[in-house]
Design a protein around this ligand. Structure first.
Ligand code: UDP
Length: 412
């Protein structure tokens, strides 16, 4: 579904729209290539899905390429991901070989377009090595890291940083994640598209149909966490928090998520979650297809409270999506969730299942607080985390790189 710029203008306002157009004007015709590792599932794909058409609409020539690889490659890059988030993973020579051979094959396929581009934006570690395999590159290369790399496994970081040190710049989602690298680092938080199927307004009928489809009770409070089945999202902790409620408020819990093609661990985590939920009819574990955007939208809108009890989180677009829909969020006290959830304002930050249960009880006993926090949450997203802001910051960075600003910073 193609959205036009005037439709955005009606949400973000004329001033924000004109600021964005002004920055884009100076980059008219620039060829921009984004590379990530999946077209569906996860926050990066969610962002690129709106960003590419909007860049084109603004006059740049943008395209999106996706890494191709086998299970061994994706197992290795998932280990990179877990290691960058601090897990003690083992990287064998065989894994490194699988990674390097796969990136080399992708480089053979993508080299012409990457070497000709004015800007190449490489997302996360999966395609990171493409840079050194494109020696004739003409443009500026940016490494966009979406992961919380504040306390990485040292070996994994040493390896990945050796692949990204040669880039012209990197972008992190928040200051805590920035690390020592040989180039300037920029802080740009992610954002959501308010007009996407995931976030657009839905009718009551639409929402109720989804609830009926999943045998959810319209008259009972709904607590909901939407996430890939990933241990860092702590779905088991959410179930423990729910069980601590002991049936209070007659609430229902939804844990909904699908897989991502670059995340081979999902099936095992889903099994752990299904086992933990067994025997409790008030817990609904929903495995969704990768294009279930309208369903997720409806589930978020139908929820009384959204939970995102991650143990580590780069940003947490699910938090932004929920807040945009007037929902208070009970979120893990970590990473990008801290940027969005502010205690007593837009939700509560929690560290344990007990903490989450306590905050759920508090909110369910205070519907007035749910309404006030939901309103604040919506305004907070409108102000800070809509796509126009992220685009403007990205374009400003690109302009800076083109004009040699970053080189100036390095040599200063
Ligand atoms: N998402 C989805 N289907 C799912 C689970 C998640 O479409 O089954 C979406 C979710 O709505 C959000 C993104 O994937 O837009 C997840 O981004 P987030 O930053 O929360 O986490 P990530 O998966 O990138 O770690």
């Amino acid at each position: 579904m193609r959205r036009t710029f005037p439709e955005y203008e009606s949400i973000i306002g004329e001033v924000s729209a004109s600021k964005l157009k002004q920055v884009a004007r100076d980059l008219k015709g620039a060829r921009v290539v984004h590379v990530n590792s999946t077209r569906e599932g996860g926050g990066v794909a969610e962002i690129l899905f709106w960003m590419i058409p909007l860049l084109n609409e603004l006059g740049l020539e943008a395209s999106w390429e996706v890494m191709e690889g086998n299970l061994e490659y994706f197992n290795t890059t998932k280990s990179f991901h877990n290691g960058l988030q601090g897990d003690n993973v083992i990287l064998s020579d065989k894994m490194i070989r699988a990674y390097e051979d796969t990136v080399a094959a992708n480089a053979d396929r993508l080299r012409p377009i990457l070497e000709e581009a004015d800007f190449v934006v490489i997302h996360d570690p999966q395609p990171a090595m493409l840079h050194e395999l494109c020696p004739e590159r003409k443009g500026k290369w940016i490494w966009r890291c979406h992961i919380d790399v504040s306390k990485p496994n040292r070996k994994v970081w040493n390896y990945i940083s050796s692949k990204v040190n040669g880039y012209n710049a990197s972008i992190f989602s928040m200051p805590d994640f920035a690390r020592k690298l040989n180039h300037p680092q920029f802080i740009i938080a992610p954002s959501i598209d308010p007009l996407s199927v995931k976030n657009m307004e839905l009718s009551e009928d639409d929402i109720n149909r989804t609830l009926t489809e999943f045998s959810l009770d319209l008259d009972r409070p709904i607590l909901c966490q939407i996430s890939r089945f990933d241990r860092f999202k702590d779905p088991i902790g959410v179930i423990q928090a729910f069980q601590l409620l002991n049936g209070a408020f007659n609430a229902q819990l939804i844990l909904a998520g699908g897989g991502a093609t670059d995340d081979p661990e999902g099936a095992a985590v889903l099994e752990e979650v299904t086992d933990a939920a067994e025997g409790n009819d008030s817990i609904h574990v929903l495995m969704l297809p990768s294009d279930a955007h309208r369903t997720i939208n409806a589930l978020q809108r139908a929820s009384t409270i959204i939970i995102q009890k991650s143990l580590q989180e780069g940003f947490g677009l699910t938090v932004t999506e929920a807040m945009w829909k007037h929902k208070p969020v009970i979120g893990g006290n970590t990473g990008g969730i801290r940027l969005q959830v502010h205690n007593y304002h837009t939700g509560f930050l929690v560290n344990t299942p007990d903490g989450a249960a306590l905050r759920i009880r508090k909110l369910l006993s205070r519907p007035d607080l749910i309404d006030i926090m939901g309103e604040t949450a919506k305004e907070f997203v409108k102000e800070n985390y809509l796509c126009n802001r992220q685009l403007r910051e990205n374009l400003t960075l690109m302009l800076g790189l083109r004009r040699g600003l970053a080189n100036h910073l390095i040599t200063d």
